[in-house]
Design a protein around this ligand. Structure first.
Ligand code: IPE
Ligand code: IPE
Ligand code: MG
Length: 231
């Protein structure tokens, strides 16, 4: 099934949380410190969106390209992620939040993968949908979906079949994509799902991002005129 977005209804908001490193540098701190603070903001923002009645929130936490960063920074991000799995994300499942990870889990250590799968399983009947994109890339997601379909013997696909084979299967496409940190690009995020997303860019660095910044993005979304190719 294709989840065509509806005009004016904000069912799914996605965030590219960018600017952690610059935020820390501005304070004379190592980039890793920005990621630690950014992880806390992540939870507050997601929970705020759910309180605003938005059913699905996606957060881009680590891209397939982010492995290119210096080993020290990658290790620090992975440590933060591991702690976060045990604390923040596990706690969120108790607040009726269903957590799913977008991206290929194979590069993660077996114990980390097992925890990710356990969180997904444990929260699968919860109401609010939180997607955490880690080791996520829009191109990798599509390639993997095509390979999966071929392995199942499929010789012809249509848009619905591909939509069902990707990591966000069954979920609405993002109505609004918010990127903090001032860059105006998607950086390999949700390339299939974003075709009709409204894009919102702000210079605010992710660790500074507040609930009222979320309100500003939502207000801008409601002021847009979505036509989906029509008139
Ligand atoms: C976003 O912040 C978090 C990740 C990509 C993991 P950055 O680390 O990209 O921060 P800047 O853009 O360098 O400031
Ligand atoms: C995009 O941010 C990825 C995430 C936020 C996880 P980057 O900082 O990696 O993007 P570029 O390098 O500026 O495109
Ligand atoms: Mg960045």
């Amino acid at each position: 099934m294709i989840n065509q977005p509806q005009e004016n209804s904000l069912q799914h908001i996605a965030f590219i949380m960018d600017g952690n490193g610059r935020w820390a540098k501005k304070r004379g701190m190592p980039r890793e410190y920005g990621h630690t603070v950014g992880a806390k903001v992540f939870r507050r923002v997601a929970e705020y969106c759910f309180r605003q009645g938005i059913g699905t929130v996606t957060i881009y936490a680590f891209s397939t390209e982010n492995w290119k960063r210096p080993q020290k920074e990658v290790n620090a991000i992975m440590d933060i992620f591991k702690n976060y799995l045990k604390m923040g994300l596990s706690e969120m499942t108790e607040d009726n939040i269903r957590i799913r990870f977008l991206g290929e889990k194979t590069p993660f250590a077996p114990d980390v993968r097992a925890t990710m799968e356990k969180i997904e399983r444990k929260s699968s009947a919860n109401k609010y949908n939180l997607n955490v994109a880690v080791n996520y890339g829009g191109r990798a997601e599509l390639v993997q979906a095509v390979n999966r379909l071929m392995q199942s013997g499929v010789t012809h696909v249509d848009e619905a079949a591909l939509s069902n084979a990707i990591d966000t299967s069954g979920q609405p496409d993002p109505d609004l994509i918010v990127r903090t940190g001032g860059e105006m690009r998607l950086s390999n995020f949700l390339m299939w799902q974003s075709v009709y997303s409204e894009l919102y860019f702000t210079d605010v660095l992710w660790p500074d991002f507040t609930d009222s910044d979320v309100d500003a993005a939502i207000a801008e979304f409601h002021a847009r005129n979505r036509r989906f190719g029509g008139v």
